[in-house]
Ligand binder design. Structure first.
Ligand SMILES: [Zn+2]
Length: 381
């Protein structure tokens, strides 16, 4: 694509609300005649019954394939075979970001349409036309880009509110990065994940997602602790899923997600949610930018209240473990990584210094604000 073209992309339809799951059959009937659902057993136990009933009332046949945990190249291949065996003309992911990423990649390879029914609001994966593929061990491997976004994204707010609150918290971490990264991309005039320069639309949606979260995340998280759907919960689900999805894809990714990808290269961080690692990326990006100290301070205070990690301790790392920080920084700065969309050059050493610096600063900010000290993370616990 030419260097001056601006573009914005989006799913064909976005549906959100309490009880929306009961309408899945209606919407799928507009898209195909032979859907194949992909979900793990846990998710299927929660929503399988309602989905089957909705398909039945829309006179659609019902088939389900199990999802096996990691969106790896091998799992994607297995799902392509399952799609062909099922003679499906639309594949539907029900679950979290991993299921969704695997299904998008499989639907694309199989040459059929795809739709997503996120059962948690933990990532901005559902609306985009790309998948993140991991190794079998959970390390970032590659982004895969597709010519189309999902035809349908349907979110039942009550299903999201029934899930553990930690997943909504992780989604807030993923979505807060959206504006920081879109702002950096707009400043540098870099290409976005949509393949062109950012539109004012994409950048504005990223900023709106940030405002919605600062205004609503704390009450929404409290409501979801009790599995309640309130207007604040609806707004946060939309910010995490739709606004952040459109905002990151058409507004652009920068340092925060590259640092997330770098963190996956270190075993100590495995088991943490995507949005938790992204939040470390956001704090680190603010440091790299030389953002005003008051901005970094506010971000650390807010994300502590939300329940997100903003110290190395909380992601299994230490400021004096330079070997690990160098591995993270090297992976975050490989050619082609989105960190090169920052409005200045970022070298691996800069990332090591920024990462190491957040520990003391965040610990102090939290102490000054009377917020809890960081609790060490131990992988696999
Ligand atoms: Zn993300």
């Amino acid at each position: 694509m030419s260097n001056t073209v601006r573009t914005v992309i989006s799913p064909g339809r976005y549906v959100q609300g309490k009880g929306a799951i009961h309408t899945i059959g209606e919407y799928l009937a507009q898209l195909g005649s032979t859907p194949l659902f992909v979900a793990d057993d846990l998710v299927w136990g929660l929503v399988g019954h309602d989905i089957e009933a909705s398909l039945k009332s829309a006179s659609l046949p019902f088939q389900r394939e199990q999802f096996r945990g990691i969106p790896s190249a091998k799992e994607v291949e297995r799902l392509v075979t399952a799609i062909k065996d099922a003679k499906a003309d639309i594949v539907v992911a029900a679950g979290g970001g991993s299921t969704i990423d695997a299904v998008k990649a499989a639907g694309h390879l199989a040459g059929i349409r795809w739709a997503n029914v996120p059962t948690v609001a933990s990532t901005d994966a559902p609306c985009s036309a790309l998948s993140v593929i991991y190794t079998e061990d959970g390390e970032f491997e590659e982004y895969r880009f597709f010519p189309r976004n999902p035809d349908l994204v349907l979110v039942d707010s009550q299903v999201v509110a029934n899930a553990p609150v930690s997943l909504l918290v992780a989604g807030v971490g993923d979505a807060l990065a959206t504006w920081l990264e879109a702002r950096a991309t707009a400043r540098s005039g870099s290409k976005t994940m949509a393949g062109g320069l950012p539109t004012v639309t994409g950048t504005a949606l990223a900023e709106l997602s940030w405002q919605v979260l600062w205004d609503n995340a704390l009450p929404a998280i409290d409501a979801v602790r009790d599995h309640q759907v309130t207007p604040a919960v609806e707004k946060v689900i939309e910010a995490n899923t739709l606004l952040s999805g459109l905002g990151f894809e058409s507004g652009g990714l920068a340092a925060a997600h590259a640092i997330h990808n770098g963190l996956t290269a270190v075993g100590a961080t495995h088991g943490l949610a995507h949005g938790q690692k992204v939040n470390i990326g956001s704090v680190t990006q603010l440091v790299l930018e030389g953002a005003p100290t008051s901005d970094i301070r506010e971000f650390i205070e807010f994300t502590t209240r939300v329940g997100l990690p903003n110290t190395l301790t909380e992601v299994g790392l230490r400021a004096d473990d330079l070997d690990s920080l160098r591995i993270v920084a090297a992976a975050a700065t490989v050619p082609g990584e989105t960190i090169h969309s920052m409005p200045f050059d970022v070298a691996s050493d800069d990332v090591v210094s920024a990462l190491a610096s957040i520990e003391r600063f965040a610990v102090q900010v939290r102490a000054d604000a009377g917020l809890p000290a960081p609790v060490p993370y131990v992988a696999g616990h």
